[in-house]
Design a protein around this ligand. Structure first.
Ligand code: SF4
Length: 329
């Protein structure tokens, strides 16, 4: 059958439309500024300088997840997650031109902070009595990339940090994050990233060997610098790195998950229709700050400091989600 435009409805059957691949971060980037999304995902432009937060967060993920896997398998004595942070951050610093910040102005400052934060995460994990759940093959469900089909040719991917069991045998889906500041105390109740993760986990529950999740967990580490010692040997100002108590809430309702799916489909429709307006908002809440890598290009047409990102391989097939309700396209 040929992909022909219907003269009456002027729509193209989705099977023939270009696939749209979304994740939570790409779709929220679209929500922040569609023009920014276009440059990042369609034109594949990125800054030649990589922010220090990316390296810190990735090294923290690698170190904490290596510990969680080893702990679930009873091998935690055989690795040193603190050393993993240092090694991974060093690798990041070697491979990238790093944009350090005023808070973290050197590799040494990052490594010193990250090592303490990883040690505090391990303490917190053990204190809470968590352990990673195992899939039917006996593998810990940690850093698992899962993809679903939201509609024909619309795919959504999420990487699950960890599915973990509490002491009371409750199954929690946890998002492990580093942040400069603690989030609002009720952020996790609405966080789209957790909703998206629940969506993909529930779609893959047979493969994961679970019935569902009993709760969602937002597990934050605050990446604070190590306080400098004050004069006279007194303790310096500042708290240093902290791991906050995990914020736990019930799973999203079916209606909440469905609303999230619909919101992603609307974004997919806008992307497919080529709607990429600039979204500068107002002076008090504009995203057009130095934090936007495309600012010079967007405002002055100057692409200095940008390069084309290498492409990833094609994703594997995905289970379908029943996004019941009228098709948005
Ligand atoms: S400068 Fe503003 S409008 Fe332009 S891409 Fe960045 S966020 Fe969007």
């Amino acid at each position: 059958m040929n992909a022909q435009l219907s003269p009456r409805s002027n729509v193209m059957p989705l099977e023939f439309a270009k696939p749209v691949y979304l994740s939570h971060s790409s779709s929220t980037l679209y929500e922040v500024c569609p023009h920014k999304y276009k440059q990042r995902y369609n034109e594949r432009l990125e800054s030649t300088v990589t922010g220090v937060s990316l390296g810190y967060g990735s090294a923290y993920d690698e170190a904490t997840c290596a510990f969680i896997v080893a702990h679930a398998l009873g091998h935690e004595g055989q690795l040193d997650p603190v050393a993993i942070f240092e090694e991974k951050f060093e690798e990041f610093a070697r491979a990238n031109t790093v944009g350090y910040s005023t808070t973290f102005n050197s590799k040494e400052a990052c490594v010193a902070s990250g090592k303490v934060l990883v040690a505090k995460f391990i303490e917190s994990w053990l204190d809470h009595g968590y352990t990673a759940a195992l899939d039917p093959e006996g593998k810990p469900i940690v850093q698992r990339e899962l993809r679903v089909k939201l509609a024909p040719n619309v795919f959504y991917t999420a990487i699950i940090d960890v599915l973990m069991m509490t002491r009371d045998c409750e199954m929690l889906l946890a998002d492990i994050k580093t942040a400069a500041q603690a989030s609002d105390g009720s952020f996790h109740l609405n966080a789209g990233q957790l909703t998206g993760q629940q969506l993909v986990v529930e779609a893959h529950r047979d493969a994961l060997g679970i019935d569902g999740v009993d709760g969602l967990c937002f597990y934050q580490g605050l990446k604070k610098p190590i306080p400098k010692p004050a004069r006279g040997g007194k303790a310096g100002r500042g708290t240093g790195p902290i791991v906050l108590d995990p914020m736990v809430c019930p799973p999203r309702t079916g209606a909440e998950v469905q609303a999230y799916v619909e919101s992603r489909l609307w974004i997919a429709e806008d992307i497919r229709r080529g709607r990429f307006p600039k979204r500068p908002l107002d002076a008090y809440n504009t995203p057009c700050s130095e934090l936007c890598d495309y600012r010079q290009r967007c405002i002055h047409g100057d692409s200095t400091g940008l390069r084309v990102r290498a492409s990833r391989g094609k994703p594997a097939p995905s289970p379908s989600i029943d996004s019941s309700g009228p098709a948005p396209f």
